[in-house]
Ligand binder design. Structure first.
Ligand code: ATP
Length: 269
């Protein structure tokens, strides 16, 4: 039987996608399934339909399409350079994200997407450059971020305390956000017993719970089933419509029609 990625590659070439782009898209799809362990058929659906979605996302969107009006810049980064040892991962990167804007960071594996997000979140220091944030920041990591022996409710209480919520209020807010991600009963299960996708729901719920002005999301949908994945984008658009600035690191080029702005690392914006 032909490999899913071979069929996908042929489907993209048949649709006239340039070879270099096909290579990048296939590599990114492979990386996504490699990271999540999910088979490509369940992650992306059929290769022909996914090729259609990728082609649609690569086609310039209708400029008349309605977008929420943009407000002030809530996240501004300038001259961000980061080296690990002798390798320069980020060189002079600049970024503006406005209130009411969703920006995607894309690029090849290892180009520094997660590093840039951590620098914006204040978790990693750049070698040079500045980050200015207006308001509160929420950060959802690609993995980790939960505490093994705490229950979901205890996570909500911990994060809620940071914004002055009492325990009961924090639990209620957390459960409401979890419900929007199809997670009906977060309650008393310790994080170590949650599936990978449910841990990501916990991470995302904690990011939302702090009611941030700027949301930094590092491939937050790993392990989500299709319904939760769609709910995730509804949430992102609801945040945008409420004037939040949202940054999503993604491997999936078919998502790019869901965002307002794309920053491709390694190229100018
Ligand atoms: N703490 C660290 N120490 C040394 N090298 C690091 C560290 N963090 C990241 N790197 C390296 O920096 C490069 C960029 O990593 P980063 O995780 O930011 O890339 P990415 O674009 O998010 O990758 P992916 O698409 O695979 O998630 C990689 O080569 C990685 O190995």
């Amino acid at each position: 039987m032909q490999d899913w990625f071979d069929v996908f590659r042929s489907a993209l070439l048949r649709r006239g996608v340039p070879h270099a782009t096909v290579r990048q898209v296939v590599e990114e799809a492979r990386a996504h399934t490699g990271d999540s362990g999910e088979p490509p058929l369940s992650a992306f659906g059929g290769p022909e339909a996914y090729a259609d979605a990728v082609v649609a996302s690569l086609t310039p969107t209708d400029p008349g399409r309605t977008r929420a009006p943009r407000g002030d810049v809530l996240l501004r980064a300038r001259g961000i350079t980061k080296r690990f040892g002798r390798r320069t991962v980020l060189r002079d990167v600049a970024l503006d994200v406005h209130a009411g804007e969703v920006l995607a960071i894309v690029g090849a594996n290892g180009c520094g997407k997660s590093t840039l997000l951590k620098i914006c979140a204040g978790m990693v220091s750049p070698d040079s450059g500045t980050v200015e944030i207006a308001g509160r920041v929420g950060y959802c990591p690609q993995d980790g971020g939960t505490i093994e022996f705490l229950t979901a409710d205890e996570h909500f209480q911990l994060v809620g305390a940071g914004r002055g919520l009492g325990r009961a209020d924090a639990r209620e807010h957390g459960r409401t956000w979890a419900g929007r991600l199809d997670w009906a009963d977060p309650g008393a299960t310790q994080a170590r017993h949650l599936s990978g996708g449910t841990r990501q729901k916990l991470n995302l719920t904690m990011s939302a719970l702090s009611e941030p002005d700027v949301l930094l999301l590092d491939e937050p949908y790993q392990g989500f089933d299709r319904g939760t994945y769609l709910n995730f984008w509804d949430l992102v658009w609801a945040w945008r419509d409420r004037g939040r600035a949202v940054v999503v690191v993604t491997h999936l080029l078919a998502e790019l029609d869901k965002v307002d702005t794309v920053l491709t690392l390694g190229e100018s914006r």
